[in-house]
Design a protein around this ligand. Sequence first.
Ligand code: HEC
Length: 114
Amino acid sequence: MKKYAISLGLALALSAGASTQANAQAATAVVGDAKAAHDKIAMCVGCHGIADYKASFPMVYRVPKLGGQNAQYIITALQEYQKGERRHPTMGGIATSLSPQDMADIAAYYSNQK
Ligand code: HEC
């Protein structure tokens, strides 16, 4: 009985160790899922989905096309808006609300578009 308890404890310790490792991997490698982006891009299409649309406030900007853009480029751009390295009032506000997973999903979605 005592021997059983010890081996059970060891098995639990081992499996706990394995799952911590899996969690650590999930946290470091954020993999974009284009399907998960569907709800997340709802707020982007108003500006980025319209061909040749120009946002008129506070200045006239040409809204860049995202479809077909390189995924890493999209993520980098969003991070730069989030950090304030790129300045645009709306994009800054939007980027602040996105998690790294959101950005990866959105980038996967747009980079798969033609
Ligand atoms: C209110 C209009 C508006 C909305 C909504 C909006 N954007 Fe933008 N976005 C812009 C404009 C305008 C620019 C260009 C700003 C600039 O010149 O820096 C831009 C730039 C970008 C860029 C940089 C593109 C490049 O080629 O440099 C990315 C990436 C981007 N937006 C992603 C998004 C995503 C993802 C969403 C939704 C979560 C979103 N935007 C929502 C107006 C918008």
